[in-house]
Unconditional design. Structure first.
Length: 243
């Protein structure tokens, strides 16, 4: 049941939009990735929680992830509460990931900022043996992830990115996974409704996503890249890795 990477996001489609190329690259390399969405996105202007759950399952299949869990935190009101911390700790202890991918500390949506705080608090507390949690009635062992990295949402990452990942080879999978959420993004061939247009359902939005990825890719000579901010210092054994 263990995983190498756990992606903790506020809403279904956050992981695909912000780190879909990186996730697809990890799974293509044989890494086990689990997606955990804190809410069902029930406050979304378009679609329904049921539709988004179906879209989320389809997107996860496209990216090749091991498992996807949608928790029951309230959309638009995620808080850094004891109850929510324990729920995230259960996920960490269940899957025992080495790496957490999550939202950054400063973002447009308050849920994204709240998930960042939850991810960090739970990562520390999950390693404390006097905090007890159970899974299917069995007491869980402690586990502390080695590293937390933040993907980029709408705002620029605070103080800029620490790491850029070449996702040129998995860009088509990222876009396919995003478009699996046809109720949320511009996908007129697969979803039509009289619902209001939103920031992300505009035809230009995916072009903006591509433009950002092309910009990051241009920084080191590839076509597309995704940006990340590391909570912990990045370290190498020797500068020879850059030679």
């Amino acid at each position: 049941m263990s995983a190498d990477v756990l992606v903790l996001s506020a809403h279904p489609d956050d992981a695909e939009l912000c780190a879909g190329g990186t996730i697809a690259k990890l799974t293509s390399e044989g890494k086990r990735v689990v997606l955990v969405d804190c809410t069902a996105g029930e406050l979304g202007t378009r679609g329904t929680p049921q539709i988004r759950a179906e879209e989320a399952a389809h997107a996860a299949h496209i990216l090749g992830v091991h498992e996807r869990i949608i928790l029951s935190m309230p959309d638009g009101n995620i808080t850094d509460s004891q109850e929510n911390r324990l729920e995230v700790i259960r996920m960490y202890r269940r899957y025992k990931p080495s790496l957490i991918l999550t939202s950054p500390s400063i973002e447009r949506h308050p849920d994204h900022e709240a998930v960042h705080r939850l991810a960090r608090a739970a990562a520390f507390l999950s390693g404390l043996r006097h905090i007890t949690t159970t899974d299917d009635g069995v007491q869980q062992e402690t586990h502390r992830p080695k590293r937390i990295m933040c993907y980029q949402h709408q705002h620029d990452l605070p103080d800029g990115a620490d790491l850029l990942v070449d996702v040129s080879s998995t860009w088509d999978l990222k876009i396919a996974a995003i478009l699996a959420f046809a109720s949320q993004f511009h996908a007129p061939n697969t979803y039509t409704s009289d619902e209001p247009e939103t920031l992300i359902s505009r035809p230009a939005f995916l072009a903006e996503v591509e433009g950002r990825a092309r910009y990051y890719g241009s920084r080191f000579g590839v076509t597309f890249a995704e940006a990340f901010k590391s909570v912990e210092p990045l370290a190498v054994d020797s500068l020879s890795v850059f030679l």
